[in-house]
Design a protein around this ligand. Structure first.
Ligand SMILES: NC(=O)c1ccc[n+]([C@@H]2O[C@H](COP(=O)([O-])OP(=O)(O)OC[C@H]3O[C@@H](n4cnc5c(N)ncnc54)[C@H](OP(=O)(O)O)[C@@H]3O)[C@@H](O)[C@H]2O)c1
Length: 354
């Protein structure tokens, strides 16, 4: 039964299926900052290779916080910056969701490369418009658990996927490893990780020679921290990643349940003393996130030198997953941030939808 007011869309779907079948994946990209721009450039680079295999991605919409463009036939990925810059259409995710619904492509995805909640609030509308959701944005993964369940139910009802592998560890297969373990009937006993590239860098470089606060200033000048390093030191980003990991491991926790030690008030002398004490015991000092015994927390800890996490160096992320499937922890280590790496991982997520 079709609503009288909704007659044109089904007719267009039937016409398209019979006479002009377009199997390309229609993609809307929200956020054209570091990750969004890298993604669009990466898609441009991949286009020819995909076309050779008969697969195609058509970017039908791009938006930043100020303006948006929508082209049903697909935007040029060479000229997208100029096209977006010249648009006088204000950014509005609902308008784009409705335009995709009206277009009714055979396959569609939204890639949310923003860091806020605006696009997250429209996910449901995109799902109902037929879109899969692909996102490096952690905000949806830390919504109240009841809202996450509601979103998951909508996705399941519409048979759409939520591809969030880049929210923890950027291009590293951390969530994939946890999902594969639990999908195969495994039980996760413990997850430990150094989930912040910035805090990883700070503590792997901290040798007590220069005060910790001077090291933070140097890292900030080198662009290794958020523009305001207090965001890294407060541990909020780690808190979000930790909640996403805990939920993936089967714990329906809320953001407030995750206990995180803030280093905002850390004192240079105290940190140097802690480092000396750790060294005297043959240990290293690292900011470690842990999921164990139904709880999730992150704090500065002494780790024995033979512990898997002690191998972390520079800005790398490292995660050790202990389960009933392996005699020793499964360790995943590598660069856990970077726009280019994240964009490549997003392209891999999109490739799953082709
Ligand atoms: N950078 C990384 O290495 C990395 C790694 C893993 C995950 N991530 C995640 O990826 C996301 C993007 O990070 P980023 O580094 O690319 O951030 P960014 O450079 O600050 O870019 C954010 C983009 O989002 C846009 N935006 C904000 N609100 C919007 C709205 N309501 N509608 C449409 N666009 C909106 C901004 O528009 P304006 O340009 O108009 O301000 C900007 O283009 C974040 O969630 C981040 O946590 C980043």
């Amino acid at each position: 039964v079709i609503d009288a007011g909704d007659r044109s869309r089904p007719l267009r779907v039937i016409h398209r299926e019979l006479f002009e079948r377009d199997e390309s994946l229609a993609v809307a990209v929200f956020g054209a900052g570091q990750v969004g721009s890298a993604l669009l450039d990466e898609l441009a680079a991949r286009q020819t290779a995909w076309q050779a295999t008969g697969a195609a991605v058509k970017v039908v919409a791009i938006a930043n916080s100020r303006r948006a463009v929508f082209r049903p036939e697909g935007l040029s990925l060479v000229k997208w910056r100029r096209t977006l810059g010249a648009s006088d259409r204000p950014s509005d995710p609902c308008w784009i969701a409705d335009a995709i619904k009206e277009l009714a492509p055979s396959r569609a995805a939204v890639v949310d490369c923003t860091a806020g909640l605006d696009i997250v609030e429209a996910y449901e509308r995109f799902v109902l418009a037929g879109c899969h959701i692909v996102t490096p944005n952690k905000r949806a993964g830390v919504l109240p658990w009841s809202r996450v369940r509601h979103l998951r139910a909508s996705l399941a009802a519409e048979r759409r996927l939520f591809l969030d592998s880049t929210t923890v560890g950027a291009g590293l297969p951390v969530l994939a490893a946890i999902r594969d373990l639990t999908a195969g009937g495994g039980t996760i006993r413990k997850i430990e990780g150094i989930l912040s590239g910035t805090l990883g860098y700070l503590f792997s470089s901290f040798d007590g020679g220069v005060p910790f606060s001077a090291l933070v200033r140097k890292a900030c000048e080198a662009g290794l921290t958020e523009p305001d390093p207090r965001e890294d030191l407060a541990g909020d980003d780690v808190r979000r990643k930790l909640l996403i990991l805990a939920r993936e491991a089967g714990l329906p926790l809320e953001l407030d349940d995750v206990r995180v030690e803030s280093l905002l008030a850390a004192d240079d002398d105290e940190l140097r003393d802690r480092l000396c004490r750790a060294r005297a015991r043959g240990a290293v000092l690292r900011y470690v996130a842990t999921v164990e015994d139904g709880a999730a927390s992150a704090s500065l800890q002494e780790i024995p030198r033979n512990h898997p996490l002690a191998a972390q160096d520079g800005c790398d992320n490292i995660v050790a997953i202990t389960s009933d499937r392996h005699a020793s922890p499964l360790v995943i280590r590598g660069p856990g941030a970077g726009a280019s790496l994240t964009a490549k991982a997003l392209v891999a997520d999109l490739a799953r939808l082709l």
